[in-house]
Structure formats: C-alpha cells, structure tokens
Design a binder for this molecule. Sequence first.
Ligand SMILES: [Zn+2]
Length: 340
Amino acid sequence: MIECIFTIDYEIYGNGTGALQELVYEPTEKLAEIFRAWNARFVNFVEVAEFEKIEASGTDRAIDLVKKQIRDLYQDGFEIALHLHPQWCNARHDAGRWVLDYGEYNLCTLPRTRIAQIVEHGLAYLRHVLVQPQFTPLAFRAGNWLFQPTQTAASVLAEKGIKLDSSVFKGGLQHNHNLDYRPALKNGYYWPFSVDANQPDPAGPWVEVPIYTEMVPTWRMATAKRMGFSNNVGMTGQTAGRKMNRALDFLRLRYPLKFDFCRMTLQEMTSMLERVIREDEEEPSVYRPLVAIGHSKDLVDFEAVDAFLSFLRAKGIAVSTFEAAYSKLVPESQPAAVVH
Ligand SMILES: [Zn+2]
C-alpha cells in the first residue's frame, strides 16, 4: 500500500536573503489552492527561527501575512511541523542584510542546554503564531537535513513531545557536515529509532519517515529543471577545503535523488512512482509512505504538481500527512491528537 506525504520547507534562502512575500507567502498560497482542489493536504515544515527574528526586527512586513497563512493552513487541516535552522537564532540584521551565526549551523552538535533553549524558543514561537498555547507538532525536520549525531537532539525533542522525524534521505552524504545517511539504505520505508536516525530500534520512541530517494547514476541529477535552481546560494566565499568536500559529495557513481516535487519534472515523478507501484504489486501488504519534499522558494511549476496529483488520483494512491498516517507508522499508538 502506497501513500504520498507531501512536505514543504517553508522558509527564505539559507543565507538569509530573499523576501517573504515572494519566497514563502505567494507560492504557498497557490500550492494550498491546488491541494484543496484535490481535497488533499500537505505538511508545512515552518522554519520558526527565521520568522521569529524577522518579526522581532521588523525587517519584512509580509511576516503578518505569513503568520496568518500558517494559522489558516492549520485551521484547514494542513499539518504544521517544526523545522529549525539554528544559524538564525543569533542572527542580527546589519546594514540591510542578515548576518547568521554559522557556528550554530547543526543543532545536533550544540550542547544539550543550548539545544533545549532553541527548541523551546521555536515551539513557543509556533504556539504564538497559531494562538494555540497547547500546540505540539508531531513531526520535525532538521535544517539542511542534519539530524546527526542524533542522540542528544532527539532526546530533547522527544521530551518536548515530538515523535516523528523526516530529516533522513537514504544514501545522503555531506562531507562538510559529517552527514552520512548511507547506512539507512538497508532500512525499510520507515522505522522506529532512538539514538541514531540511521539505526532501527524497535523499542525507540521515535519513528523516522525519510524523504524518499532513489539512487541514480550521477549524470541523471543534472536535468535542466534542477539546474535552474540556485543550489549554491552562499557557496561563494567558502574555503577551498569546503568546496573540495562538496565536490567529493558529487564524485559518487550513484547519488540519492530526492523525491522533490518542486525540482523534478512530471515525467521523473511519475516514473519514480511507477517503480514503487511495481514493487507494491509484488508485496502489497507492506505500507509504503513516500515522503516528497519541496521548498516554498522553489515552487514555480504548479502545473506539474497539479498533474502529479491527478496521476496519483488515477492510480488510487492516497495523499496523506504524518498525523493521518501515524497510526499506521506506529500501530500501537493512539491516533495523533489533533485539535483544530
Ligand atoms: Zn530548511
């Protein structure tokens, strides 16, 4: 049984540039309209650290629209989840631009007390935006997918009530940040874990539902559509060592192609699904939640998204959310409590 879970990372560019209206509000408005027309919902990974800073500094008036949009989506049954880019937590606005603190780029490498502070802050801001003092998101996605080393951050987030992670992309490797999700390639479509997101642990309190990937020959990564995106925002000014590390990431024979509904062509998405459909026909009893990722800032080809939703409908594949899927992912659980 296949279900698709669409997720968006709802944020401006990782180096602090860009306007909320254009990169966050408008594309998400259009996306939500398409999903509503199909009576489907997506998961909105709200990057709380940047919105809190932007609101406090008064640098972008569209923050009010963004906050209202998050509330409206929530009221309308879209899932609101936590996304964190901690380089924003000490950010300051200087001479018309944001100066971010790259010393805090990876939440997982910070001391436990600092992680707790950042997570508490983020949750408090989300509750403020939703005007829901009791709200706790079910799902988490780390900034730049960095949920390694997992143990400390996972235990802090679990203490705050978060139960599901979707940061892993199987086969992922980033030398610059010691990210290595290659061990997860041997895992199934989702798995419980405790101290390492790569490592299934049947007794773990967490469930990992990775962003779906397919290992493809490296040349297949370079489609015209993907090349059109500014992958390398913030790359200029990096040291030779960091550039070399990034080059090493790409010097692989096979590379994990993420199921990215903003960057893939319609044909790529439908053929990816056709392969899973064939697998599912062999063994239909396996639950296959396919997590698609997108970024509000990358949303340009709305027709492809609409056509893909039409394809899923024709194939009888449901569009779900983590909240709706949770009782299948963790069968002994109570259904995730959602109060709207
Ligand atoms: Zn992000």
